[in-house]
Design a binder for this molecule. Structure first.
Ligand code: HEC
Ligand code: HEC
Length: 422
């Protein structure tokens, strides 16, 4: 009897798996997302856990941008790695095999993106919009932090991600389905009412929900200046060849105070003042010329940018990391171009894919397509520091690309640190 039951059971399974053949044109909504939700999100959402990398998340299709300017890649940009790790190599999730059907689904989904497009999102007829509700009572805000609780839900169960804006400025960048605790400083907002907007997306639709008006009241009426950095600093590689470098910021002060800008290069306890007491022009634009030759060579530098108003209120921003080099090199672009061709061409350039508008086979930019010279800091980080480009530890996805040798990595390092001359 026992044998009979188990035989029936296994032949039923066999029939089931025989019928299961993966879609040749899978979409995120219909095929990929359900597999990812069930198998990957316990480690790869936001924030990632279990030692999983924090620079991508698989709970959303699109890339998202953090307040500090970092791009967190979504499932669409990561499709290739998803196919490699959970498909061909079978090393994700750690310790669990994927079924052939799941592996094929990932592989087929990535396949479409090889044509320089994002892999398919898919349709969701009658998709319900996500909703947001403010659970806290809104009180007048002064200089103390504002703390709010916002509940986000989606009646058809999609995962939701989003941001909270005060007027047009983002103050929280990581809202998700469920209850969210948000805290931000109202110090730099003018004394008046501001709309609180929750901007959320469930991958298929996005919506702005106005959850109330925040009244800001500054007792002494002085409001700290605000500014945005117009020049990207993260992943820059500053070498003597390019010094001084230009750094531009746009400053505003809601109560019209005059402001001054200070810039310090910081690494650990070392601080090197690069610009002091520079006033922005009448439009609020400050263009600084920074002498990077005074910064010792090395990784992990960042800039601290401080804007002060004359009443002494200041706003500080710490930029992402950059590299400084004082070496010069005899190498020219023509000496390293062949490495880019042999080891990067199979995946780069992938023009048309967000944030991948670059071409490592050219030295100079071509319109929006960035060449090696502009991207040397980013290339240095990925190829020399983190050693995860090309995705080399991957031993399978056979012959799709050629691994890079240590000698080639050193050559690239020397060329990039030397200021990537043409
Ligand atoms: C138990 C936690 C856990 C689960 C579940 C998990 N991962 Fe991972 N994942 C990790 C860790 C840890 C790393 C970093 C170490 C590594 O690359 O092996 C990682 C790395 C990755 C990478 C980065 C590859 C690269 O080379 O940059 C991808 C892609 C990935 N996982 C995809 C998936 C997919 C797809 C699933 C579901 C099918 C999944 N993971 C499930 C923990 C997990
Ligand atoms: C097998 C495919 C593949 C190969 C080969 C490959 N890359 Fe990549 N690369 C990717 C993918 C996919 C991403 C986006 C995901 C990520 O950032 O990890 C990426 C991202 C990058 C980025 C970051 C781009 C950005 O805007 O953040 C750099 C820099 C990079 N690669 C450099 C290289 C270089 C240099 C080589 C050759 C020496 C190379 N890659 C080879 C697939 C590849």
């Amino acid at each position: 009897m026992r044998t009979l039951i188990s035989t029936t059971f296994f032949s039923a399974l066999a029939v089931l798996s025989a019928c299961e053949s993966a879609s040749s044109d899978p979409s995120w909504s219909e095929h990929v997302r359900p597999i990812v939700n069930a198998n990957c999100l316990r480690c790869h959402s936001s924030p990632s856990i279990g030692g999983a990398p924090s620079d991508f998340r698989l709970d959303v299709y699109e890339d998202t941008r953090k307040l500090d300017g970092r791009i967190i890649r979504g499932a669409a940009t990561m499709a290739h790695f998803v196919a490699a790790r959970a498909g061909v190599q079978g090393s994700m999730p750690p310790d669990f095999e994927r079924t052939p059907w799941e592996r094929d689904t990932f592989a087929n989904w990535y396949e479409a993106s090889k044509l320089g497009q994002l892999p398919k999102l898919g349709q969701r007829p009658n998709n319900a919009l996500p909703t947001a509700t403010l659970l806290s009572t809104l009180e007048d805000a002064d200089k103390e932090n504002v703390e709010l609780e916002v509940e986000i839900s989606d009646s058809d169960g999609d995962l939701v991600s989003g941001q909270l804006l005060v007027g047009t400025r983002v103050v929280a960048d990581d809202l998700q389905s469920g209850r969210n605790q948000v805290s931000f400083s109202p110090a730099s907002f003018a004394s008046e009412g501001h709309d609180l907007i929750v901007r959320i997306s469930d991958d298929y639709d996005s919506t702005d929900v106005n959850i109330g008006t925040l009244r800001v009241v500054h007792a002494d009426n002085n409001i700290a200046p605000t500014f945005t950095l117009d020049t990207q600093v993260r992943d820059r590689l500053y070498s003597d060849l390019q010094s001084p470098v230009s750094l531009q910021l746009t400053v505003s002060d809601a109560d019209g105070d005059t402001t001054l800008v200070r810039v310090i290069a910081v690494r650990g306890d070392t601080e090197i003042v690069l610009a002091e007491d520079v006033p922005p022009d009448a439009q609020g634009v400050a263009t600084l010329s920074l002498d990077t030759t005074t910064i010792p060579a090395g990784n992990n530098w960042h800039l601290r940018v401080i804007v002060t108003d004359f009443k002494g209120l200041e706003t500080t921003l710490e930029t992402g990391r950059f590299v400084v080099s004082h070496s010069t090199t005899a190498l020219r672009f023509s000496d390293v171009q062949s490495i880019f061709v042999a080891s990067c061409r199979s995946c780069h350039p992938r023009i048309g894919i967000r944030n991948m508008n670059h071409n490592f086979e050219e030295h100079a930019d071509n319109g929006e397509i960035l060449g090696v010279n502009s991207l040397r800091g980013l290339i240095y980080r990925r190829v020399v520091q983190e050693r995860n480009m090309p995705p080399g530890s991957a031993k399978t996805l056979a012959d799709e690309w050629r691994a890079i040798t240590d000698e080639e990595r050193n050559t690239l390092s020397e060329y990039l640190l030397g200021g990537s001359p043409n």
